[in-house]
Ligand binder design. Structure first.
Ligand code: AMP
Length: 289
């Protein structure tokens, strides 16, 4: 679907299932980009990637209550559907699925997808039940939009791993594509939550990417001591006056478990840090030569 044709907004599951079924019967390839809206350049890069891989791009916009904890920002999560519609269309999305909460979770809803071990560490430790909410909504969205391809961002590396695993474990007949992190020109990973940052916090948050780049450089130079790299990363992050460092974790991307060694072919360094009341995550995937 071309970006100059007008985007179709579908709000009911029945409508979009019928629409996808029709496209499939015409031999069209469908890609879906699940989002929570408030679209930014990270999201639109996924939509553009989807357009390069498929005939029809469906963007889903749904702030999923099941992945927010009781003290998290579900009600104040930023929303702007009119702007999202324009952004999705400009990036090449022909269809936007925009259901309300009752459509996705009608009264009596009880079935959830459990996400396994990888969902209990890092984000899962700080956000209990978060990944159960993510896998459940993604499974639903895949059944609802019936895509051939689903695109997710490396920005949420743990989520990408867990969804890839779910797709394999539950035999979804769908190719998953993980797209690279889009950053602001100064290096801050783009996130809908960046708008919560005040001017000072926004400036301080640059320590996140700086610390990840530092680690990358040290590993490139041959450093293999995680303790030494982590210590300096923490110093760099602390220079940005964070309210709290939730974690700086070294992960083996093959099984998404924390590792004590740098001896695999790639290492993922993932972190979560709070600036004021805003919690930011970022990561870097480093090849080991
Ligand atoms: P969200 O709306 O935050 O649930 O994100 C929807 C999708 O966009 C997820 O697959 C995210 O990983 C991806 N995404 C969010 N921010 C970025 C970014 N800066 N670069 C690349 N992908 C992103």
């Amino acid at each position: 679907m071309k970006s100059d044709s007008s985007v179709r907004i579908l709000k009911t599951i029945r409508e979009i299932q019928k629409t996808s079924e029709k496209f499939r019967s015409e031999g069209k390839k469908i890609a879906v980009v699940p989002t929570m809206g408030y679209l930014h350049k990270g999201h639109t890069s996924l939509i553009e990637r989807a357009g390069s891989l498929a005939d029809i791009v469906i963007t889903t916009i749904f702030v999923n209550p099941a992945q927010f904890g009781p003290n998290e920002d579900f009600t104040r999560y930023p929303r702007d559907f009119e702007r999202d519609k324009t952004a999705a269309q400009a990036a090449g999305s022909g269809i936007v699925f925009y259901p309300d909460v009752e459509e996705m979770y009608p009264k009596g809803f009880v079935s959830f997808v459990e996400a396994g071990e990888a969902s209990n560490i890092l984000e899962g430790k700080f956000r209990p039940k978060h990944f159960r909410g993510v896998t459940t909504v993604v499974a639903k969205l895949l059944n609802i939009t019936k895509p051939h391809i689903a695109i997710f961002g490396q920005k949420d590396a743990q989520q990408a791993f867990i969804i890839r695993k779910m797709i394999r474990d539950l035999n979804f007949d769908i190719d998953i594509v993980i797209a690279p992190i889009v950053r602001e020109t100064d290096g801050l990973a783009i996130s809908s939550r960046n708008i919560y940052l005040n001017e000072t916090e926004r400036k301080n948050a640059l320590v996140l990417f700086r610390s990840l780049q530092y680690a990358q450089e040290r590993i490139r130079q041959g450093e293999r001591s995680i303790a030494s790299i982590r210590k300096e990363m923490l110093n760099i992050i602390r220079s940005g006056a964070p309210a709290q460092i939730d974690y700086v974790a070294f992960i083996d991307p093959v099984n998404f478990s924390e590792t004590e060694n740098i001896n695999q072919s790639e290492i993922l360094i993932a972190l979560a840090v709070r600036f004021g009341s805003t919690r930011l995550i970022d990561n870097i995937l480093i090849p080991i030569s």
